[in-house]
Design a protein around this ligand. Structure first.
Ligand code: ADP
Length: 445
């Protein structure tokens, strides 16, 4: 027989109608709200839709209007089955696009016949003059609902923003509060472990104190990351910019990360960056970015893998210039850090640059800088993005997807403005400024 979709939030009503119509030989599909109704209708193209009007979210009128706007569904008869039985409710349902109206409570003896009539082609109509009146009323109703939804969304957005600010404040306060006791502990440890201060420590004690030192180092790294995020968000990240050879930064980063790679039997292979033009950047901040990218490469690559670092100059008119939001307008150096690791799903490739975003299970958190898949607190890439943005550069990820068996690998691209292009831009700005000054003085003469 026929396939009937019943959109109704009330379970008792759904069960009753289902029983009655199934007894009459029909198949009944159910949906508890408008969005589910639209989805089920699209998936299973029913022969008839029974629509409750008072449903949560979009009401039955709105769902009907939406269904009638979908070309594949527009010819399916929709019958309002509703307790809205005030004067004008029938006309309103028909104006919204319904083809018929059955008032509730339903008459169980009559319902199969009523449904058969609509299946057989029966259509109810409102006279054109009346329809115009109801159409205006319906449009007004829609605008009112839209207005209240926008107000709700604006309020929810403001609340989210307030919570985000609170979170940022908490990060900032926590980081500042943790820093002082950490500095004190670190100071005492340095004194105790310094042989010249004359403390008599046996080997066991030294080992324990070294363990504490490592823990404090780790805490310091976390606190520094929290402070960096705070600075990036507040726009107070101070960069000590100048022309520099990227080769020096990369050599230091590789030197710092090589011991971790060796623990995992991995190789770090880098091109010789000696022949590249100078970039314009802060050496310590760029070191931080590359250490983070190489360290992630180590952590998300199985034992024995490879981290490769290579690059090239991209001229101002290169393809990437149009697709990446690079602030700087001149030539840039692109450095790529590529690993042979698990890779990153396309959906996650932008999200991993959000604060605290981690793709994997948080139970894999690790204090180690080399443990396979051992995540940190999820700030490293957010900081790398903030630092590169402050340089007028950019950093982004590319990967075929995440696969722990096949290991398609990931590539992290870093764009750094060249020193020459920054100098050119500065000259251009100066020229523009001189010209403006000249124009102004000529006009005032
Ligand atoms: P974390 O401190 O967790 O490493 P990051 O901000 O550095 O934080 O990285 C965020 C997330 O991005 C990681 O938890 C990981 O899921 C993913 N990720 C980062 N680098 C890689 C990579 N080279 N390969 C695969 N996934 C990566």
């Amino acid at each position: 027989m026929s396939k009937i979709l019943y959109v109704e939030d009330n379970l008792a009503n759904r069960l009753l109608v289902k029983r009655v119509l199934e007894a009459a030989g029909h198949t009944v599909l159910e949906a508890v709200d408008g969005l589910e109704g639209i989805r089920v209708a699209q998936e299973s193209t029913p022969d008839l839709i029974l629509m409750d009007i008072n449903i949560p979210g979009m009401d039955g009128y709105e769902v009907t209007t939406r269904l009638k706007s979908i070309p594949e569904l527009k010819d399916i008869p929709i019958v309002a089955l509703t307790a809205k039985v005030m004067a004008g409710d029938r006309e309103m349902a028909l104006t919204a696009g319904c083809d018929g109206y059955i008032p509730k409570p339903i008459d169980v003896d009559l319902l199969p016949t009523q449904v058969d009539e609509f299946l057989g082609g029966k259509r109810e109509e409102v006279p054109a003059a009346q329809e115009r009146v109801y159409l205006r009323q319906y449009s007004q109703q829609l605008v009112d609902r839209l207005e209240s939804k926008i107000a709700e969304l604006t309020q929810a957005n403001a609340e989210l923003q307030r919570m985000d600010e609170l979170k940022s404040r908490f990060i900032s306060i926590a980081a500042h509060e943790l820093r002082t006791p950490l500095t004190v502990m670190q100071g005492y440890l340095t004194i105790i472990l310094d042989p010249s201060t004359g403390f008599h420590l046996d080997d066991n004690l030294i080992e324990m104190l070294r363990g504490m030192e490592k823990g404090i180092d780790r805490l310091n790294r976390i606190v520094n990351e929290m402070l960096d995020v705070t600075k990036i968000e507040g726009g107070t990240l101070d960069l000590h910019l100048g022309p520099l050879a990227i080769k020096d930064v990369l050599s230091r980063a590789i030197q710092q990360q090589r011991p971790f790679a060796q623990q995992r039997g991995q190789q770090i292979i880098a091109d010789d960056f000696g022949g590249y033009p100078l970039v314009y950047g802060d050496p310590e901040r760029l070191l931080q970015v590359f250490c983070n990218l190489i360290n992630n490469g180590i952590k998300y690559t199985p034992d024995g893998g490879t981290i490769r670092i290579y690059g090239h100059v991209i001229h101002a008119d290169g393809d990437l210039r149009t697709t990446k939001p690079v602030v700087s307008q001149g030539d840039v150096l692109e450095v790529i850090v590529e690993d042979t690791g698990i890779g990153i799903d396309p959906d996650d490739q932008e999200r991993i640059f959000l604060r605290f975003y981690e793709v994997k299970d948080p139970s894999l958190h690790s204090t180690s800088q080399s443990r396979y898949l051992g995540g940190g607190i999820g700030l490293g890439l957010a900081i790398a993005r903030g630092i590169m943005e402050a340089h007028g550069g950019w950093v982004w990820a590319e990967s075929e997807g995440c696969d722990h068996v096949r290991c398609p690998g990931s590539k992290f691209h870093v764009l750094i403005p060249l020193a020459t292009s920054v100098a050119d831009q500065n000259q251009a700005i100066n020229r523009e400024h001189d010209q403006m000054t000249q124009d102004v003085s000529e006009k005032s003469r």
